[in-house]
Design a protein around this ligand. Structure first.
Ligand SMILES: CC(C)(COP(=O)(O)OP(=O)(O)OC[C@H]1O[C@@H](n2cnc3c(N)ncnc32)[C@H](O)[C@@H]1OP(=O)(O)O)[C@@H](O)C(=O)NCCC(=O)NCCS
Length: 191
């Protein structure tokens, strides 16, 4: 992920930070909820999800956590307080103290840089914070502050995850391909 900065920025009060080792339980819990919400057939336990996330973050993926000020009156971080690319310690060594006091972690993105595109593998907004524009603001933040401007972004959604499909189309994504599968009838599970 050399081309993605370990950075924090802000837009409309939403900030992001690179996930630290201390965030692994939260990330795994959100990953579990994401699996449930999108109707995925992944049956991994919380412990397995922690281990998988730890491996991902130590290898090719980067997780960003979005924090929202506790009150809307809190000013957005000025640009002078941004942490410039390269200024943060490596992801798994950086401290959890990067979260501004009084802010709540409300969303995360898991992404991987490739020569052709940035693969946004997981994207999740906390269940109690949805339809408030957090997802759209987080995507704008990624576009403005993380993803190289000349790079396409690829996301995948389950065909029946209409909420996600509506969301991605609303924030500027267009349909690109359709994935198909063939399974033994007994294992087919659809929400
Ligand atoms: C999909 C998800 C990320 C959207 O996050 P969010 O913060 O609620 O989205 P926003 O409030 O920024 O919505 C922006 C726009 O997306 C569309 N949208 C978002 N949620 C929608 C829903 N449930 N139904 C229809 N359209 C929706 C709307 O056009 C919305 O604009 P509007 O509220 O002015 O109508 C969130 O619902 C989520 O985390 N879902 C579970 C995990 C998931 O499916 N992730 C995607 C995996 S591919």
């Amino acid at each position: 992920m050399a081309s993605l900065p370990d950075a924090r920025a802000s837009a409309d009060g939403l900030t992001f930070r690179v996930a630290a080792a201390a965030d692994l339980p939260q990330l795994a819990s959100w990953n579990k909820q994401l699996i449930e919400d999108e109707g995925h057939d992944n049956t991994m336990s919380l412990e397995d999800l922690v281990a998988r996330m730890r491996t991902w973050l130590a290898t090719e993926y980067q997780a960003l956590i979005f924090d929202e000020p506790a009150t809307s009156a809190d000013p957005a971080l000025p640009k002078s307080q941004w942490i410039p690319a390269g200024a943060c310690p490596r992801m798994l060594e950086s401290g959890a103290g990067m979260t501004a006091a009084g802010s709540a972690s409300v969303a995360y993105a898991l992404l991987r840089d490739t020569p052709e595109w940035v693969h946004l593998r997981q994207f999740f907004v906390s269940r109690d914070r949805r339809r408030r524009g957090i997802g759209a603001r987080a995507v704008a933040l990624l576009r403005d502050s993380v993803i190289p401007p000349d790079k396409p972004v690829i996301v995948e959604a389950m065909a029946w995850n209409h909420r996600a499909l509506s969301f991605w189309r609303a924030v500027g994504f267009a349909d690109r391909y359709v994935g198909l599968e063939s399974r033994p009838a007994a294992s087919v599970r659809r929400p």
